[in-house]
Design a protein around this ligand. Structure first.
Ligand SMILES: C[S@@+](CC[C@H](N)C(=O)[O-])C[C@H]1O[C@@H](n2cnc3c(N)ncnc32)[C@H](O)[C@@H]1O
Length: 413
């Protein structure tokens, strides 16, 4: 028996990850739980890079095959992965061929060998802008226009910077100066150049946590005077920590016990305090609270830079189901507020149906427009008074995740 080429098991795992995402609609992270620890980093990198450039990789493959390979053909999956390793991971040609062919053993090995040989000989140029899946491009062009889609195409090609939120805003400035970071908001530091969390000073000490700048905006809009604050879909707790650090008395509720354990670990690490509750937000009653933060479960399409698989998972039915749940969560959350209390509704989604359309149906709640001065420079409120964070915003600083945020008030104080 010939020995397996080095790295074959990681490629096999990557193939399974792609299948889990594209055929079964799983997230990469959840599918990766089944991959052995030694294989996991490379398998995730290969699957992630493949998803990042999928339409362009397919175009290259289709350009040299006489008969179009079906979308779900194993040969196509293996070719996509091999080519992604070429363009994004600098894997030498001999290694990517040697690890691709055993994956189609007993199948179209000659075809895969032929296509790879042709493309590698010609040189693979996928262009500077990645095409997004056609249905996503059509939907986002309809929602936000061509310029935003062009910005999203550029954004998916770049490694996003590392954003940190600080418990003590006073510490952020010193950290930024020391580490060569930039501050785009108070209590925030952005680091460029692929810095890893483990190498940064103070992680164990708990003064800061990783949080995209856009994801830090909802908690910033909770009124400072609100005492009792409910964080309704709280885990893993980025926003809970912001609220606790700002001095609110926080109740952090989430349906998932395992995610809530991560929230408790995060609180322990940062030395911040919140009451935690494992419950279904739709069934839970309590309060009334001075403010509620509803960071609702969503398609997460705004996180496509770090999680390119969201572009494939967010099919129309998934978006419609999420939107229906978001409306129910918003209606229930409104009932947990005292009259005059503030509700911040947020989703890390680039879909109108999960943002603007949800608050248009917000019943008695009144929109309290967000002012430009409440947001970092480069992110302006939408004319309607809510915040729609889009690809292209802060692009020269490394961009931000897509988000929708609205501040609503329960009438009758
Ligand atoms: C977008 S994530 C929250 C992220 C979190 N706010 C943060 O900043 O770290 C959505 C959360 O909603 C929770 N969730 C989904 N449906 C829920 C429900 N019916 N009741 C309570 N939590 C729910 C999920 O477990 C998930 O942790």
């Amino acid at each position: 028996m010939t020995p397996s080429p080095e790295g074959l098991s990681s490629r096999r795992a990557a193939l399974q990850l792609l299948d889990a995402v594209l055929r079964r609609g799983q997230t990469l992270d959840s599918a990766a739980q089944k991959v052995s620890l030694p294989d996991r980093p490379l398998a995730l990198a290969i699957a992630g890079e493949t998803l990042r450039r999928l339409p362009d990789l397919d175009a290259a493959i289709d350009g040299v095959t006489r008969q179009r390979l079906p979308d779900d053909a194993k040969a196509r999956a293996v070719l996509r992965m091999a080519l992604a390793q070429k363009v994004a991971l600098n894997v030498p040609d001999h290694a990517l061929v040697a690890t691709a062919l055993p994956l189609v053993e007993g199948g179209p090995r000659r075809l895969v060998h032929g296509v790879l040989g042709t493309l590698l000989r010609r040189g693979l140029d996928l262009g500077k802008e990645a095409r997004l899946p056609p249905e996503v491009e059509a939907r986002w062009t309809g929602h936000w226009g061509e310029e935003v889609v062009a910005a999203a195409r550029r954004a998916i090609m770049r490694r996003p910077p590392l954003d940190l939120s600080f418990a003590d805003p006073g510490q952020a400035a010193g950290f930024a100066a020391e580490q060569g970071g930039e501050q785009l908001a108070s209590a925030h530091v952005r680091l460029h150049g692929g810095r890893s969390v483990a190498e940064l000073p103070g992680f164990g000490g708990g003064g800061w946590w990783v949080q995209d700048l856009a994801a830090s905006l909802p908690a910033r809009l909770i009124p400072p005077a609100a005492r009792e604050v409910l964080d309704l879909c709280a885990a893993p707790g980025g926003k809970t920590m912001q609220l606790a650090a700002a001095g609110h008395a926080v109740t952090a509720l989430d349906r998932s016990e395992s995610r809530l354990r991560r929230l408790s670990d995060n609180l322990a690490r940062t030395g911040l305090a919140a009451t935690t509750l494992a419950a279904d937000a739709l069934e839970w009653s309590g309060g009334p609270f001075d403010a509620v933060l509803l960071d609702a479960p969503c398609s997460a399409t705004g996180t496509f830079r770090r999680h390119p698989e969201v572009l494939y998972r967010a099919r129309p039915q998934i978006i419609a189901e999420a939107a229906a749940l978001q409306r129910r969560l918003l209606a229930h959350a409104a009932g947990l507020l005292r009259p005059g209390g503030t509700l911040i509704y947020a989703v890390c989604s680039l879909e109108r149906d999960e943002g603007e359309a949800v608050i248009e149906a917000a019943g008695d709640l009144r929109l309290h427009p967000v002012e430009a001065a409440e947001l970092p420079a480069g992110i302006a409120p939408a004319p309607g008074g809510w915040v729609r964070v889009l690809p292209g915003m802060l692009e020269e600083h490394g961009g931000v995740d897509g988000f929708f945020i609205a501040r609503l008030v329960r009438p009758g104080a």
